[in-house]
Design a binder for this molecule. Structure first.
Ligand code: PDD
Length: 275
């Protein structure tokens, strides 16, 4: 596993990071996860675009331009020799004596990255979601390091024998702890719109594009928990979850549903790329 920190290649489990690193002390930073298939970073340009949006949103001046990110990733990939991998890329405000205020003096953002091999998942069977209250803040569209609510929800899902959490805010099904959420109803794809309460997933954007090419109607709308019984199929999307079919939703006592949830009938979506 090859890592990168501020211009040096490092062993990610041994590299030293300053205690007054603001990502470490405050979660004052942002990240991206990019999938590599056959040695090629997938949808890299969209990831770079989102990374720059996240940096702007928390007022960190990007340490690189788009080309700088392309080169960093290309060099790191070559160094690692991995072809089926994930790239974790993180940028924090920098290191400075702990103070909630942005440092008065100009500091340099800290850039770290790690390439990790991704094992072949083989044939996957449909999975389960566990409903959880969405306890995240109101700027979820920024891909920040602050993932504690996501971690707690995903661990709860795991502990209940589910694969992912289904996060519910104000009675509406928003997304999962590390994936976007999709429904199929009457031949239409339904997913939450990209407001401040969801992460604008790169895989979500790709699926929207595929649906458009294939002429599959899409509605960007937040469904209520009570609408689950009218759903034909569910899947989640993410850089690491890819497109993952769901056949069961486990309910949560604080998030009542109108009818008891039964298994959601799997209704696989087959996308055949024409190349
Ligand atoms: N997570 N929603 C949340 C809350 C996420 O954390 C992610 C990605 C997604 C899917 O986005 P994308 O398609 O761009 O990966 C949706 C990454 C993979 C992670 O934290 O590991």
């Amino acid at each position: 596993v090859v890592g990168y920190y501020n211009g040096q290649y490092v062993n990610p489990s041994e590299a030293a990071i300053a205690i007054d690193e603001r990502g470490h002390e405050f979660g004052d930073g942002i990240y991206e996860v990019i999938r590599v298939y056959g040695g090629q970073p997938f949808l890299l340009e969209w990831h770079i675009e989102r990374l720059q949006n996240s940096l702007n949103a928390i007022r960190i001046t990007s340490p690189y331009d788009a080309n700088g990110y392309r080169e960093l990733i290309q060099n790191l990939l070559e160094k690692s020799g991995e072809t089926e991998a994930s790239i974790y890329l993180q940028i924090t405000r920098g290191s400075a004596v702990r103070n909630h205020l942005f440092p008065a003096a100009e500091i340099t953002p800290n850039v770290s990255a790690v390439v990790r091999p991704v094992p072949d998942k083989g044939e996957q069977t449909p999975g389960k979601l566990l409903m959880q209250p969405d306890e995240r803040w109101a700027n979820v569209y920024i891909k920040t390091l602050n993932l504690l609510p996501n971690i707690i929800a995903k661990q709860a899902a795991h502990d209940a024998g589910a694969d992912e959490a289904l996060l519910v805010r104000d009675g509406k099904m928003i997304e999962s702890a590390s994936s976007n959420l999709w429904f199929v109803r009457d031949g239409e794809l339904i997913t939450a719109p990209t407001d401040r309460y969801i992460l604008p997933g790169i895989t979500r954007r790709f699926v929207l594009e595929l649906a458009n090419e294939l002429g599959i109607p899409v509605r960007e709308e937040k469904l209520s928990v009570t609408e689950l019984s009218s759903i034909d199929a569910i899947f989640i999307t993410g850089t690491l979850s890819e497109i993952f079919a769901i056949d069961t939703v486990l309910s949560h006592p604080d998030l009542p549903v109108s009818t008891p949830l039964q298994d959601v009938a799997p209704h696989p979506i087959v996308v055949t790329p024409d190349t």
